[in-house]
Structure formats: structure tokens, C-alpha cells
Design a protein around this ligand. Sequence first.
Ligand code: SF4
Length: 286
Amino acid sequence: MQIEKASLTGFCFGVRRALNMMEKAAAEKGGIASLGDLVHNRQVVDYLESLGVRVICNLEESQGGAVAIPSHGAGPEVFQEIEARKLPLVDATCPIVSKAQRKARDLRQAGFQVVIFGDPDHPEVRAVLAWAGEGALAITEPEALLARGKIPRRLGIMAQTTQTPKAFSLFVAKLSELALAQMTELRVVNTLCPSVHLRQQAAQELARRVDLMIVVGGHHSANTRRLAEVCREAGCEARHIETVAEVDAAWLHGKERIGVAAGTSTPDQAVEAVMARLQELAGQSR
Ligand code: SF4
């Protein structure tokens, strides 16, 4: 049995940057409160907790100490409240996400209603929606815009950073087909994350050559879930796991080549642990 790791794994620069900021802030300020998980990975959140970073759900729980905004960002009202409460701020929003937020604000100010191709419950999307203002919505099917009844005259389309270029293009094409005739202007802003796209390409390339892909990353991590999807689109069986404990020996029966890929917030140690476990199982099957 051959086991191969995708050509691109490890933290993306946004996660690495957020982690560095938190390590520095925790060392300088002692306790610090993160408004939600810094990234969608349990091991990273546990590691930060060991440094004195506690996760809070709202600013009431900050107890007057320093507050960190996670890599997924936050809406403008959150920054206003932090300022009003005079809380020290550590803004770990990924620069790619900040850029998407600025684009959403600019579209709103230019008179466009914003539609985000993405999961309305994901914290990144919720924050961008807040920047996009009233009337903005997040959908995954273009028909959902029509179901609202009135088509906006000027529409700006953006994407959750973790979507694939292919899915975003299809969404834009279908929405244009359904509603362009009723609009005066349609503006498409590419807010996809290049780091995510490179990982999707690396995982898909490997998926075409193996019998099974193991994709390692938080179960709530949108980019990890998408990685597993692109592997399946390449015609390969794919399993999404968060830790090595979830590896099931039965998955390997009859398989000759196994590929391993990882999301942008998955620590190298988690990937190496999975690689080691697969090597061990491969040795037992000889
Ligand atoms: S995946 Fe992209 S958008 Fe998300 S934190 Fe990493 S670099 Fe930023």
C-alpha cells in the first residue's frame, strides 16, 4: 500500500498570522478573550487555551480585558462596540477576509445589493453580510434570490472565500441566466481565497491518482469540507477526519494507494499523526 501526502498542507498565511498575533498578545497581555474560535480547528483552539486564550460568545463576557477578532472577521457593529467599551483589540481577521468586507461595503455604498455565494451560518459570511448592509443575503442556489420576489436593479455578487472557482462560476452563470434581464447592472467580485484554491488543486491532483483520500481538518472547517468535496468530484472516495483517532482500518481494505490532504487550519502534527497511523496499518496488511 502506498501512502502519499498532497503537495500542499500546513497552515495558510491567514491562520499562521492569526496564531502569531494571539501567541504574542497572550504573552504580553496574559489573559485574552477570543470572540469565537480563532480558527475552526479544535487542536489549535486547545493550544491557545493553554496560553490563556479563552473563547467568548459575546462582548459581555470579556470582563474588560483584551478581545481578539478571529480570522473569520466580524461585522462593523462589533468593532464599534469594542471601541465603545474601550476594550484593547487584537484584530486577527485574515487580510483576504478584510478585503472581502471592504468590497462588500464599497458595493453597498455604490448602491448595489449584495449576494454572497456561501453558507449564511458561517461566521465569515455573517461578518461580510454585516459589512454589506441591509438587504444583503447569502445563498447557495440562485433560485433563492428569485424566491424573494423583487430582483434588485443593481446586484453585486461575491463568494465565501472557501468556495471553488468552478462552483462560483456556475452560480454566477445560472443567476445571470435567471435574473440578468431584470437588472440594470450586475457586478461580480472575486473574493475567493488563492490559498484555498491551491490546496483544492493539490488535493484534486492527488485524488486522481489514489483509491482513497483522507482529508484532515476540523469538522466545522468549511475549506476542509470543500477539500473532501473536490476529491469526490475527481472520482475518488474521500473521508473527512479531524484527528488520527477517527482513522478506521476497514476503509483501507482493498485499497492500494491512499492520499492525505489537509485544510488550511490543520496543524502539521495532526497530518503527520495520520500519515504515521496509515503507514502502521499498511505494514500490518503486508
Ligand atoms: S483560508 Fe484564505 S481566507 Fe481563510 S484564513 Fe487562510 S488565507 Fe485567509
